[in-house]
Design a protein around this ligand. Structure first.
Ligand code: HEM
Length: 404
């Protein structure tokens, strides 16, 4: 019986999770996973879960004593629990409504569109450097530096420190996986304190060096006398910074990998730039750079006749919903850049926590991927791809290519 349960530790899962997710949709679409959290896998259930107001995102709502976390708090913080994050991803209304309104104010569609020339410039510079090298790793050469540089410039953060920030970001997002071991949790807690201290320093510096950037706007943002407190500001900036690059890297890296494996689709987009807006939606659906969202049940909730108890973690299988044939039809597993309803994917979530950076991510993805396939029409794989080993923010971490 155990083989019908969700098991992302199976060999080969990260390289191709989709057959296992398909099994879960058919065999046990609502289940308590062996690791503890509940999970739903069908498109209709995922949509309902994310739109359901009786669910929380606040970790304080979970009704279990996390012995490992307590032991690490003792070890790392001498028993004094760090303050829970106030980032919009971790708070419920009314706090979520208030904070999201303040953050979105500085994150307008106009401000995002104004970034397009800067994004194209960065992509062109990165492609020039790759062309000069002849062979290149598309993740180190393009997929990682682009979103990292864009969010750094957009926030107006000082440049440099890339290696430390990249490492802390990677360590922090590992805790989004459904299974987290002691070492990962320890590293993430330490990385969290370092990231917090770094961002606090940047905010202090920015207060006396304001500029035409998102961080200055967030410092200044005010509505009816309401402002972000220093801790709220720090937590929103950390979230924007990490969410700004740890997800988009997977869209660009894995997106290019999938196009190389579907040459007829690649040729379609390469030869018709106007397909861009739909093509990026289909790549988002197909790749699912964030494979799960997490909610906590406030009260018991029933899916498919199965009751999920209160105060437990429930995972929403975004990647699974993105391939559910009941929603997408029989060709759900095929990459079709002209799929008419591709934008109905769940890759940016749904409901009140819908991704705030969705338009930015789509713009970065479209510019980077289209520029790459135009510039290197004969690119081929020059070695095996290395997957990043993550269950949630799944992606390629190395993809060596021969460019001509
Ligand atoms: C391909 C790239 C991206 C993907 C797939 C992605 C995916 C997601 C998903 C699934 C959520 C909802 C999580 C939930 O329901 O619990 C989310 C939330 C969020 N994302 Fe993104 N994201 C991407 C890029 C970005 C970028 C570039 C930024 C910012 C610069 C960003 C900022 C945020 C923020 C602030 C939230 C929290 C919204 C809230 O809780 O109200 N994301 N993202």
């Amino acid at each position: 019986m155990t083989d019908v349960f969700f098991n992302p530790l199976d060999e080969g899962y990260v390289a191709d999770p989709f057959p296992h997710l398909a099994e879960m949709r058919t065999l046990l679409p609502v289940q308590q996973t062996l690791a503890g959290p509940w999970a739903v896998f069908r498109n209709a259930d995922v949509t309902r879960l994310l739109r359901e107001p009786r669910l929380s995102v606040d970790p304080a709502m979970i009704d279990t004593t996390d012995n490992l976390r307590e032991q690490l708090v003792d070890e790392i913080f001498n028993g004094e629990s760090p303050q829970p994050s106030t980032s919009i991803l971790n708070v419920d209304p009314p706090d979520h409504t208030r904070l999201r309104r303040l953050v979105s104010k500085a994150f307008t569609p106009r401000a995002i569109e104004a970034l397009r020339p800067m994004i194209q410039d960065l992509v062109d510079q990165q492609l020039d450097a790759m062309a000069e090298a002849g062979t290149a790793d598309v993740v180190d050469g393009l997929a990682f530096p682009l979103p990292f540089d864009v969010i750094t410039k957009m926030l107006g953060m000082p440049e440099g420190d890339t290696d430390s920030l990249r490492k802390w970001g990677e360590q922090l997002v590992r805790t989004l996986d459904p299974i987290v071991d002691e070492e990962m949790l320890r590293e993430a807690m330490v990385a969290g304190t370092k990231m917090d201290a770094h961002i606090e320093g940047v905010i202090e510096w920015k207060r006396s060096n304001p500029g035409d950037d998102l961080l200055t706007a967030l410092i200044d943002v005010e509505e009816d006398g309401d402002r972000l407190s220093t801790i709220e500001l720090r937590d929103q900036v950390s979230l924007l910074f990490v969410a700004g690059h740890e997800t988009t890297v997977n869209l660009i890296g894995t997106g290019i990998y999938e196009l190389l494996r579907h040459p007829e689709q690649l040729a379609l987009w390469r030869d018709d730039e106007s397909l861009g807006p739909g093509a990026i939606e289909e790549l988002l659906r197909y790749v699912s750079p964030v494979q799960f969202s997490r909610r906590i049940s406030i009260a018991p909730i029933t899916f498919d006749g199965i009751e999920i108890p209160e105060k437990t973690v429930v995972l929403a299988g975004l990647a699974s919903a993105n391939r559910d044939p009941e929603f997408w039809g029989d060709d759900a597993d095929s990459l079709q850049l002209t799929r008419p309803n591709a934008s109905q994917h769940m890759s940016f979530g749904n409901g009140i926590h819908y991704c705030l950076g969705a338009s930015l991510a789509k713009m970065e993805g479209q510019v980077a991927i289209h520029s790459f396939i135009k510039r290197f029409p004969n690119a081929t794989e020059a070695g095996e791809p290395h997957w990043n080993g993550r269950i949630n923010l799944r992606g390629i971490e190395k993809l060596p290519l021969r460019l001509t």
